[in-house]
Structure formats: C-alpha cells, structure tokens
Write a protein that binds this ligand. Structure first.
Ligand code: NAD
Length: 269
C-alpha cells in the first residue's frame, strides 16, 4: 500500500518539529514528503528531520508549496492564520487535503476554510489530543443536564509564547458546552471582567486565561451549582500527543472526499 506523503508547514516551529518526530515513529501509513517554512526563514535548505533532532531524512526545508506540490498528498499545518490561508489556496489549486491545527482564525478566515472544504478535505481541530476530544464529548453531555442550574466557567493556562486567547481548545470546549446547553456561544460568552461588573448573569459562559512559563496546555470547565460543583479538567504534559493526533488525522484524511472533518470523526467518537 502506498504511504500518504505528508508536507509539514512551520517545520521548525514547536509543533512542526513534534509532527516530524511523530511521523518518524508512527505505524500509520504516512511518511514525511516535504517540509516548509515561511520565505526568508534562516533554516530553509536544511534537512527537516535534523532540525527535529532526528537522523537526516533527505527532505530539505523549502518555502514554495506550489513548486513542490508533486512531493506530498496531505499537509499538516501548525503555523499562523496567514500561513494557513496561503497554503489553503495552493492546496485548493492542487487538490491536496489539509490537517489544520493552527488556531486564532477570525470568522471571515473560518468562512474561507469552509469555502475551500467544498473542494478539498480539511480536518480542523483546535486540539488534536485524544483526551481533549473525549472531554469535548463529556462536556456536551454534562452541560445537557447541568447547564440549567449551574454557572459555567472555563479556565485555561498556556506557555508565555502563545499569541492568541482564549485558546482554541477553550473555545472548542465553550462550543461543546453551548451545544449541550442549547445556546449560542457567540451571544453567551464573557471573555473579560474588570471593575464593577455587577452580579453574574445566569446562562453566560465565562472564560479566564493564564499565560506563563512552559505550560503545554491546561483546561478546566467548571459547572458551579448551589452546594456542589463539577469540574472537568484536561492537562497536556507534552506536545507529542497533539502531534500524534495530527499524524493520525493525516493518515485518515488521505483519499477522503471534500468536506470539513473533525477529530471526533477521525477517532470515531
Ligand atoms: P511556533 O511559533 O513554535 O511555530 C509556528 C511556525 O509557523 C514557525 O515555524 C513559523 O516560522 C511558522 N510560520 C509563522 N507564520 C507563518 C506564515 N505566515 N507562513 C508560513 N509559516 C509561518 O508555534 P507553535 O507552538 O508550533 O503553534 C503553532 C500553531 O498551532 C498556533 O496557532 C497554536 O495555537 C497551534 N497549536 C494547535 C494545537 C492543536 O492541537 N490544534 C496544539 C498546539 C499548538
């Protein structure tokens, strides 16, 4: 069976390197086919595997996705929204699937992803960890029963280099809770509180963000009721779990029809 050839975008970033390591260890039918960095990056031309702390692979880091389109079948993208959208245009033109882990898209950018999914398969997840995706299921279920009588707050912590807030995972948890509660997150989310805020309004979903040190990613959703509280927590201790999940998604996506797929579908949850 032919292996699905993977192009890693942001190949020297924290997640890019973790994905290249995961590709070297996986039993999925996938292989590193190409690696990219943004134009002008100091490591263009270097061996991608060596940059990830592995023996040489012969795959050199390049900056022109379109020129190398013959070298890969599916892209794994952990970059920034501008990087994702530039790659999206190339993948659309060349009929390649994309696994998108980048977070921080605006509603307009999300619409561009949805438009592209009419032509190519996209697997988009704010969090590729298996544990988080199990939590999303639990949260929807918990909210269905608890939302009417409890206040819901989501607290997340990440390392000091993270540039968007709240995290994509916290937002995905907010969406799961809102689905369970039968409400719209956009009209019920509270992203910041300061000064004289007044008493807490019922039915809102609050978010709080902590940034610092090397925290890989902690998320807790609290259902705060009268006389009891339920907390559902996920703690990531290494980036490898996200990378392994993204590699699993890339293996699953190869050969799929156009559309937007979630990690829940990849995992059969
Ligand atoms: P990072 O800063 O370490 O790496 C980002 C990489 O993208 C770098 O190599 C950088 O050169 C490259 N890049 C930046 N702008 C670019 C552009 N315009 N075009 C092409 N390449 C570009 O960041 P990171 O910690 O690896 O995280 C990357 C993204 O992945 C963030 O959005 C983060 O929130 C997200 N993330 C998602 C998951 C998940 O499971 N979905 C897990 C971890 C991180």
């Amino acid at each position: 069976m032919n292996k699905t050839r993977i192009a890693v975008l942001g190949a020297t970033g924290r997640m890019g390197r973790a994905v290249i390591q995961a590709l070297s260890e996986t039993r999925q039918p996938v292989v590193l086919g190409a690696a990219f960095e943004r134009s002008g990056h100091a490591l263009i031309g270097q061996d991608a595997a060596v940059q990830a702390g592995l023996p040489p692979s012969g795959v050199l880091i390049a900056d022109d996705l379109a020129a190398r389109a013959a070298d890969f079948d599916v892209v794994i993208d952990f970059t920034r929204p501008e990087g994702t959208l530039a790659a999206l245009a190339v993948c659309r033109a060349h009929g390649k699937g994309m696994v998108i882990g980048t977070t921080g898209f605006t509603p307009e950018q999300k619409q561009q992803l949805a438009d592209a999914a009419q032509q190519i398969p996209l697997c988009i997840a704010a969090n590729f960890s298996v544990g988080v995706n199990v939590c999303l299921n639990l949260l929807e279920q918990a909210a269905r029963v608890l939302a009417a009588d409890s206040d819901i707050e989501i607290v997340e912590a990440h390392h000091k280099h993270k540039v968007d807030a709240p995290s994509g995972t916290a937002l995905a948890m907010g969406e799961a809770v809102a689905r369970g509660a039968g409400i719209d997150l956009a009209t019920h989310a509270i992203y910041a509180r300061q000064g004289h805020t007044g008493a807490r309004e019922a039915g809102k979903i609050g978010f709080a963000t902590v940034r610092g040190g090397d925290v890989v990613g902690d998320h807790t959703v609290m259902f705060l009721g009268e006389g009891e509280r339920v907390e559902i927590t996920h703690k990531a201790s290494s980036r490898q779990n996200f990378a392994r999940g993204a590699v699993r998604a890339a293996g699953w996506l190869g050969g799929k029809a156009a559309g937007t797929y979630s990690m829940r579908e990849v995992l059969g949850l």
